[in-house]
Design a protein around this ligand. Structure first.
Ligand code: GLU
Length: 225
């Protein structure tokens, strides 16, 4: 994974590097990635990445549930210092925030009920597709691939999988890493026809250049460890 440049610094901004404790936005409901337990603690790959980075930055960490719909806004408003939440680096998001990374490259794929004849995202024309607010995945299907799926709004991937199991949607198309966590042992299947590269970045407030470079150094060390 090749790290991207952090961009240009914002004038007069305070740095996350001065903070004793970092507030990190993670997903609360994605098994294996960011999952909040009944005791309030968070677990998963993104949580582990965030802990590693905070440690390398010499800071403590507290987690805050940050669904797809609020990731950009939480950084812009400063309610979180970092976002580590299956957050793809996109041109559109880069106009609002700064990304360190990528630290992982996922690929978008599609989950359906076992027994459904869908074998490719193209088969979703006319089918009900879960649409998570603030997520890029549905855009990849209907805007980039121009597949005329019937979008069913939702606020999270956990809700999409409840809907898929219940028959309220026909498909969930998003990062393979997310699909894998939700389809373990269930009555669902991943079609295994990946069609994008999702470069997972670590979100910072726009122009937080020193912080971004420090996070990039931590990512490099993480992969060398
Ligand atoms: N990685 C995609 C995105 O950032 C989908 C997963 C998500 O929304 O968390 O939009």
């Amino acid at each position: 994974v090749l790290l991207a440049a952090c961009g240009i610094p914002a004038a007069g901004s305070s740095s996350i590097l001065d903070k004793a404790t970092l507030v990190v936005g993670v997903k609360p409901d994605q098994p294996g990635l960011g999952l909040r337990g009944a005791d309030g603690t968070y677990q998963g790959f993104d949580v582990d990445v965030a802990k590693y980075i905070a440690r390398k930055l010499g800071a403590g960490v507290t987690f805050r549930s940050t669904p797809s719909s609020v990731r950009d806004k939480a950084l812009q408003e400063g309610t979180v210092d970092l976002v580590v939440a299956t957050y793809s680096i996109t041109q559109e998001r880069k106009t609002k925030i700064t990304f360190a990374g990528p630290y992982y490259v996922a690929h978008q794929d599609t989950a359906v009920r076992a027994g459904d004849p869908v074998t490719d995202v193209r088969d979703l024309a006319g089918r009900r597709l879960c649409q998570v607010t603030g997520s890029n995945s549905w855009r990849r299907v209907v805007e980039e691939k121009k597949i005329a799926a019937d979008l069913v709004p939702s606020d999270s991937y956990s809700d999409c999988f409840t809907k898929l199991t219940a028959g309220a949607v026909d498909a969930v198309s998003t990062d393979d890493l997310i699909l894998a966590g939700f389809t373990q042992g269930g009555p669902l299947k991943i079609v295994n026809a990946p069609f994008t590269d999702e470069k997972y970045g670590i979100g910072l407030r726009k122009g937080e250049l020193d912080g971004c470079e420090a996070v990039n150094r931590a990512i490099t060390e993480m992969y060398q460890d």
